[in-house]
Design a protein around this ligand. Structure first.
Ligand SMILES: *[C@@H]1O[C@H](CO)[C@@H](O)[C@H](O)[C@H]1NC(C)=O
Ligand SMILES: *[C@@H]1O[C@H](CO)[C@@H](O)[C@H](O)[C@H]1NC(C)=O
Ligand SMILES: *[C@@H]1O[C@H](CO)[C@@H](O)[C@H](O)[C@H]1NC(C)=O
Length: 379
């Protein structure tokens, strides 16, 4: 054999090696396992997964056969991101996923993955973002989720998870966003990790009281969305004093009381912007000190059992929904000054005068008989 032919063969051999063996084999095995755990009839010709052809190309090898790389990002020879297209893939997450140990991001949103959330997912030490929203996952949230020490974002909303939420989230000290809304979760609000910024448990069957020990560590919380659950009891005054709080939504629960803040408790450094306590069973009078929050721009207390007069201080709040209560008397005149720009509703109450030309009064007041009954004639 001539030396030219030998050197040609050598060049060929090295080329074959570098182009076929780039991705580490354990990652390839894991990806193959993922593809084969998906019902093939849901892998349509235009989808990412359809383009994953392990016989002709290597997931991480340059030059990129771009079609294969759809759904994946690599760093050197390891897969770092798995972000599937929302193509309606139906399947389960295979346990071999735990071999993708360099994964930083998983996003499988808007598909039809089902079965329990596999605990093998929790053996991915570098995972920072786990998004499984809008799938059909069921079963409980395993407490071993706390093994994901680097997790920053967890979104498992719009699935069919049940059972109570484990308290082990407290050890996820990097977690800033926790979204478990629109599931079938029960039990109390779990203890929260200390760096959480956004909490959403909307539309579940979470029950019990708002307990101080749950929130004490969470000094960074800006958004608390707990609407459409079965929470009950008093909304305690400390709740509004969580230091970073901006938005609170407790609507559609069964809270019965609102603990009024003492003037000495009022925090004028508060960042509170929007509070929604609508569709509860709150009784008593409107607390005068909500308007004292310097940033408060939106307050909803619709559809409760609130009584008494509307304090004039409420004219400081630019979006005000107080409809569907038993409020009486004359609403403060400043509400109707031309320069006061308040939107919202005061309808469906027992107010004496509510000028129909005002947007606030489009919805009519309650019939006289209902108001008379509620106040036993004394109003
Ligand atoms: C997750 O993927 C969906 C597409 O299915 C995309 O719309 C969404 O923005 C992604 N989320 C993040 C945080 O990257
Ligand atoms: C609060 O929750 C209710 C009911 O789920 C929803 O209609 C409303 O848009 C939410 N947000 C705010 C800011 O009120
Ligand atoms: C809140 O509850 C009321 C009464 O139970 C219901 O009519 C309304 O649709 C609920 N709103 C949401 C957003 O679930």
């Amino acid at each position: 054999m001539s030396t030219t032919i030998i050197s040609l063969l050598l060049i060929l051999a090295t080329t074959v090696i570098t182009t076929t063996a780039t991705t580490v084999s354990s990652d390839i095995t894991a990806l193959k396992s993922l593809k084969s755990s998906i019902n093939p009839t849901t892998i349509l010709s235009y989808t990412c997964l359809h383009s994953w052809d392990f016989t002709t190309s290597d997931p991480c090898s340059p030059p990129h056969t771009t079609h294969f790389l759809c759904g994946l990002t690599c760093s050197a020879n390891r897969v770092t991101q798995l972000t599937l297209d929302p193509a309606g893939y139906s399947g389960t997450i295979p346990s071999l996923i735990s071999q993708l140990t360099q994964l930083i991001t998983i996003n499988l949103s808007n598909n039809k993955f089902h079965g329990p959330i596999p605990t093998s997912l929790f053996f991915l030490p570098n995972l920072q973002t786990l998004i499984l929203t809008s799938n059909s996952f069921s079963g409980t949230i395993p407490p071993t989720i706390s093994l994901l020490k680097n997790l920053q974002t967890l979104d498992i909303s719009y699935n069919s998870l049940s059972g109570s939420i484990p308290n082990s989230f407290t050890s996820l000290t990097h977690l800033t966003l926790l979204d478990l809304s629109f599931n079938k979760l029960t039990g109390p609000i779990p203890n929260l990790p200390k760096n959480l910024i956004q909490l959403s448990l909307k539309h579940n069957s979470i029950s019990g009281y708002l307990q101080k020990r749950v929130f004490t560590e969470s000094t960074q919380l800006e958004v608390i969305e707990l609407s459409q659950n079965s929470l009950t009891g008093t909304i305690p005054s400390w709740f509004f004093l969580i230091p970073s709080l901006q938005q609170i939504n407790l609507s559609n629960n069964t809270f019965t009381n609102l603990q009024v803040l003492k003037p000495s408790q009022l925090s004028f450094t508060s960042n509170l912007i929007a509070v929604n306590l609508g569709f509860n069973k709150l009784s008593g009078e409107l607390p005068v000190n909500f308007p004292a929050y310097p940033m408060l721009a939106s307050l909803t207390m619709s559809n409760n059992k609130l009584r008494g007069r509307i304090p004039w201080e409420y004219s400081r709040i630019s979006r005000l929904f107080l409809d569907g209560n038993l409020l009486i008397g004359l609403p403060p005149k400043v509400f109707f000054y031309r320069k006061t720009l308040i939107s919202g509703s005061l309808g469906d109450n027992c107010l004496k005068i509510c000028p129909k030309w005002s947007e606030l009064c489009v919805k009519l007041q309650k019939p006289f008989s209902i108001c008379q009954k509620a106040y036993r004639g004394k109003w």
